[in-house]
Design a protein around this ligand. Structure first.
Ligand code: ADP
Length: 150
């Protein structure tokens, strides 16, 4: 059984995140989406809402589990018995960050990070863009996964 975690803030979960999980399901039997509760990082959406959005997106897929976590990512992976971390890359900036984090996590616990490059049509989508548009009352439905209502 190949199990990966997909950790992130998901403030909120976007169609870019959704695409990474769907593509990850071609590689892994099960993906545990870990929603980080980071006390030093202020989020727009409360944790309950961030979890609910992801639940709506995957309500018909038993292979996807959703959990909040409040620990080091590698400890969360151990807790749910996952051997892989799944992440996505859009830009060179993402690459730098993911590379360093993956190296650290491998040194800390031997866990492998599997990175997927974004699909071109989602490369400009981020939670930050969604939050900015929401602040100006713009429609953001096309940035969300199918079947998700805020
Ligand atoms: P974090 O705060 O840990 O960076 P995010 O919620 O911003 O968490 O993102 C989680 C993961 O999803 C990261 O690996 C990020 O690079 C990736 N990601 C975010 N948006 C996209 C996108 N549009 N396409 C591909 N990967 C993405």
């Amino acid at each position: 059984m190949k199990r990966a975690i997909f950790p992130g803030s998901f403030d909120p979960f976007t169609i870019g995140h959704y695409s990474i999980v769907l593509r990850g399901l071609e590689l892994f039997d099960e993906i545990v989406i870990g929603v980080g509760v980071n006390l030093s990082k202020k989020s727009l959406f409360p944790i309950e809402k961030r979890l609910e959005i992801i639940e709506q997106a995957f309500k018909n897929d038993q292979r996807v589990k959703i959990k909040q976590y409040n620990s080091l990512t590698v400890d969360f992976a151990n807790e749910v018995q996952a051997n892989f971390i799944l992440r996505g890359i859009r830009t060179v900036g993402d690459f730098e960050y993911e590379h360093t984090t993956a190296d650290n996590n491998h040194k800390l616990s031997g866990i492998e990070t599997v990175v997927l490059f974004t699909e071109a049509q989602y490369s400009f989508i981020s939670s930050t863009v969604v939050r900015d548009l929401l602040a100006y009352n713009k429609d953001i439905s096309r940035f969300l996964p199918p079947n998700v209502k805020l």
